[in-house]
Design a protein around this ligand. Structure first.
Ligand SMILES: NC(=O)c1ccc[n+]([C@@H]2O[C@H](COP(=O)([O-])OP(=O)(O)OC[C@H]3O[C@@H](n4cnc5c(N)ncnc54)[C@H](OP(=O)(O)O)[C@@H]3O)[C@@H](O)[C@H]2O)c1
Length: 334
């Protein structure tokens, strides 16, 4: 009988075991919320709640008896999401409201709805976001789509709700990304559809990264102005986020091992959002203004050297982009 070379079996089995072990360690490093106290009586506004991280955030909050206002650009998709969550839990309350962050007038209508019907909310979660390889797309108001939706839409929303946020001492949670570290704020091209040579690619979308840096600056400025602001990265998550990138079948095979080691589920990523909305504590040392953001349920120092002058100027420039709306809705600009 021929000798069996056991190495042919041992090597693949050992490789799979090592990968499995690394994955287990990573899942442990990502952390898990321990607190499960009831959120009955609390109201959360979640933008982009119909899918991905926003959907899982909504599910986790209602599972703890909260009321969630699901701010979505499609009521049909929001209703579908409510149906899907209702298959898991009968707890809490979900209310679908229309909000398109890429249209100033839609934001105004949404704010009006909140002021009239749900003025006592406890937390605003600025989660919705997108990335597209097409750098020429704009919002309905003619602003470059990443900056216009991810930053400016949420900036205007927060600004128009600021009286309620202050009166309710409500928390503001900003979903940024680790990729803010690769962004830059260029005031010469802010909000414009100009594509610096070679800068935008499928792998490195500077427009997206910069919008996430703008998110971080927004949280910093809010915190510095006395708001209970929290900023986070959910980690690389398996969601609908890459829908515009049309991955090919061989991409799945090529990147499968890396993805399997690094990729979180939307539910695992949402833990960071729920943690910021319910448990995270900012201290004098660790807060958005000192460059700390929540990652893996821990306050983590960003590598970005934040500049206070850029933060203040970004705030002023953002106000200018929506000045017509702000003048009309608020009567004056701060
Ligand atoms: N996934 C990741 O790996 C990752 C990593 C770091 C940070 N993030 C951040 O996490 C957040 C959530 O992303 P995700 O991964 O959950 O992506 P997703 O599955 O694509 O969900 C994005 C949500 O944003 C909504 N949205 C997009 N444009 C909108 C607009 N104009 N008005 C209102 N809602 C709009 C989408 O609505 P529709 O369904 O109608 O399009 C969807 O509900 C984003 O801010 C993203 O930058 C994600």
């Amino acid at each position: 009988m021929a000798d069996i070379n056991y190495w042919y079996f041992a090597i693949p089995v050992a490789s799979v075991a090592v990968i499995y072990l690394i994955r287990r360690i990573r899942v442990w490093q990502w952390g898990r919320i321990r607190n499960r106290y009831s959120l009955a009586g609390k109201t959360y506004i979640v933008t982009g709640a119909n899918t991905g991280i926003g959907f899982e955030t909504t599910k986790a909050l209602v599972n703890r008896d909260a009321t969630v206002i699901m701010a979505c650009r499609s009521i049909e998709r929001a209703d579908k999401a409510i149906g899907a969550i209702r298959k898991h839990t009968i707890k809490g309350t979900m209310i679908a409201c229309h909000l398109d962050l890429a249209t100033f007038e839609s934001i105004v209508d949404f704010v009006q709805n909140i002021k009239e019907n749900y003025p006592n909310f406890n937390c605003l979660i600025n989660n919705a976001g997108l990335a597209t390889p097409d750098s020429k797309q704009t919002t309905a108001d003619g602003i470059e789509l990443h900056f216009g939706t991810n930053h400016l839409g949420h900036f205007l929303l927060t600004k128009l709700l600021q009286d309620q946020i202050q009166a309710n001492r409500a928390r503001v949670v900003v979903v940024s990304s680790l990729l803010h570290q690769r962004g830059r704020i260029d005031f010469a091209t802010l909000g414009k559809c100009v594509e610096p040579q070679g800068v935008i690619s499928k792998a490195n979308n500077l427009l997206y990264n910069s919008s996430k840096l703008a998110n971080f600056y927004h949280a910093r400025e809010l915190y510095k102005r006395g708001f209970d602001a929290h900023v986070l990265c959910p980690g690389l998550c398996h969601t609908d986020f890459f829908r515009d990138y049309n991955p090919r079948w061989y991409h799945y095979i090529m990147f499968a091992p890396v993805v399997w080691l690094l990729l979180r589920s939307a539910e695992q990523g949402s833990e960071n959002v729920v943690f910021c909305a319910t448990d995270n504590v900012n201290t004098d040392e660790k807060n958005p203004a000192t460059g700390y953001f929540v990652r893996n349920l821990k306050q983590t120092k960003s590598k970005t050297q934040f500049d206070d002058k850029i933060g203040t100027r970004l705030w002023t420039e953002s106000e200018k982009f929506c000045s017509t709306i702000l003048l009309r809705e608020m009567g004056k600009i701060e």
